[in-house]
Design a protein around this ligand. Structure first.
Ligand code: ZN
Length: 277
């Protein structure tokens, strides 16, 4: 056990070194994003996306398996809301629970208007993970400004697509977020336990692109597999939060400013409805 002065010095130095490591990644990502926005043409939603391989109807529900496979988001969302207490976790697992309803609504009759309700709650999950990762990487408490900024950025990216038909900001949020997560897993020890999240979400994106090819030889389609793998990814967020989050400075804490205005009461509504044990 070292002297208090030595321990304090170590504590202060560690976040600074993480920041030093992450700065090039942060600037690199911002640069790539700026170049992407400046030089790439707007990206429209491919309408073939709505034509899923498995359109089987069961119990009067069209696209039955693509609809009911969203139940996994409700399961992990409820698990997270019952177990976790901090504000970011409430936003994240509420997002997972809402994804079950939003995605089911979309898959009953897939079109652009309904896809908005699938993507909106998913951005709550992406942005909450980003808030934890950035807090862990910078060794700071997760500030309300950061959490709210990220949530607004995520929601705005979906709104932008809905209003203009341009998917670039949404892609930047989604794939930029995956790059940030990848960088963090490599560079920040306390977030290394998130590697299964990146693995399972990458697999989910992969099987999504092979929707028909998988359905050609398997009893379920690639898109149904995508829901299940993405649900597993959310489960591994919960597992990391339960096991490793305590080692990440700022993780598991409630931003003071949001707490003072009662924001937590709003996001804890689902928890109360579920009667957390
Ligand atoms: Zn889906």
């Amino acid at each position: 056990m070292g002297s208090p002065i030595l321990l304090e010095t170590r504590f202060r130095k560690r976040p600074a070194s993480r920041l030093t490591l992450l700065r090039p990644w942060g600037f690199g990502l911002l640069l790539i994003s700026a170049v992407f926005l400046a030089f790439s043409p707007p990206i429209a939603q491919d309408q073939r996306y709505h034509l899923f391989a498995d359109g089987r109807e069961l119990f009067g529900v069209p696209n039955f398996l693509d609809v009911v496979s969203n139940a996994i988001f409700a399961v992990v969302g409820i698990m997270g809301l019952r177990r976790r207490r901090d504000l970011v976790a409430h936003v994240l697992f509420s997002g997972a629970l809402l994804t079950c309803f939003g995605s089911s609504y979309y898959h009953v009759a897939p079109n652009d208007a309904r896809l908005v309700w699938d993507r909106l709650p998913m951005t709550l999950v992406f942005m909450s993970v980003m808030a934890w990762v950035i807090a862990a990487a910078t060794g700071t408490r997760c500030s309300s400004r950061m959490l709210v900024s990220l949530l607004i950025a995520g929601i705005a990216s979906v709104w932008w697509w809905h209003a203009t038909g341009d998917l670039r900001p949404y892609f930047m949020v989604q794939y930029g977020g995956m790059l940030v997560l990848f960088a963090s897993i490599l560079l920040v020890k306390s977030t290394r336990g998130l590697w299964p999240v990146l693995l399972f979400y990458s697999l989910a994106k992969l099987v999504e692109t092979y929707d028909r090819a998988i359905y050609a030889f398997a009893p379920i389609s690639g898109h149904t597999c995508k829901h299940l793998l993405a649900g597993v990814a959310v489960y591994f967020i919960l597992r990391w939060h339960s096991r490793d989050c305590g080692t990440a400075p700022g993780c598991g804490e409630v931003p003071r400013e949001l707490e003072s205005i009662g924001f937590q009461n709003f996001v804890r509504v689902p928890e109360r409805l579920l009667g957390r044990s």
